[in-house]
Design a protein around this ligand. Structure first.
Ligand code: GRF
Length: 231
């Protein structure tokens, strides 16, 4: 009787077959990777990270993956003659891992159009701004310099133009007058660590998809990015 009650009151156990195969691409610290590792371990995300690939050797994110017993790979961009060759090698590694979903988590490389097209609808990125504002780098410095009072982060499908794919969800942070870029980055990161796992949860439950250039959640077009609030 106990067992039956338990089974009825919890989600069914995830078998490897029901879990999406996630490959995470990183370039550095990997704090977003850690948030995703934790969410998979707690079965908030119906997925398993089958590999972490870094374009830079010896970054801390690789250590985080190793500590979680996740296979790690380095595809060092400096070893390739051009972007096409690097992307080709990266694609080979991802496809060997049979990824259902490619997650960019602080991956600091611009990808070629061919690479992006290959993963259309199954590659997601997090960006530290309220897109379409502040595409590119140094987002926190630029937001402070402009004197805006609202900033944050966005999770979006990746399409060929940099930081321009359909935005799925955002979380906001207020900018204080005394903020340094580092202080603001820390507060934005805290939001990223909650926002990214939430979006990946939807994807892995087949609730989120991209059709053409349009994102859908639960069959509804996302006309605007969802604004989520976290503590
Ligand atoms: C995050 O702010 C992410 O949005 C940006 O790079 C940073 C990576 O941080 N693309 P981490 O490596 O996940 O700690």
């Amino acid at each position: 009787m106990m067992n039956l009650l338990c089974a009825m009151s919890t989600k069914p156990a995830l078998t490897p077959r029901s879990r999406k195969r996630i490959v995470v691409l990183i370039s550095g610290n990997g704090s977003n990777l850690q948030a995703i590792i934790d969410a998979c371990a707690e079965q908030r995300i119906a997925g398993q990270i089958v590999g972490v690939i870094s374009n830079r050797p010896a970054v801390y994110g690789l250590m985080r993956a190793e500590l979680a017993d996740i296979p790690t790979f380095v595809v060092d961009h400096t070893a390739f003659l051009n972007r096409e060759q690097f992307d080709q090698a990266l694609m080979q590694q991802i496809d060997q891992l049979r990824a259902d979903l490619v997650v960019l988590a602080g991956f600091m490389r611009i990808l070629t159009a061919g690479f992006v097209a290959h993963y259309h609808g199954r590659m997601i990125n997090i960006h530290p701004s309220l897109l379409p504002a502040y595409k590119g780098t140094h987002t926190h410095e630029r937001a402070i310099a402009d004197g805006v009072n609202e900033h944050g982060c966005s999770v979006h499908f990746v399409t060929a133009d940099l930081d321009s794919g359909a935005v799925i969800a955002q979380a906001t942070v207020s900018i204080e007058l005394s903020d340094t870029p580092e202080q603001l980055a820390t507060r934005v990161l805290t939001q990223e660590h909650q926002l990214y796992p939430q979006v990946l949860t939807w994807f892995c439950e087949d609730r989120l998809k991209l059709e053409g250039e349009q994102a859908y959640l639960d069959q509804q077009v996302l006309e605007q990015p969802l604004r989520l609030e976290f503590s």
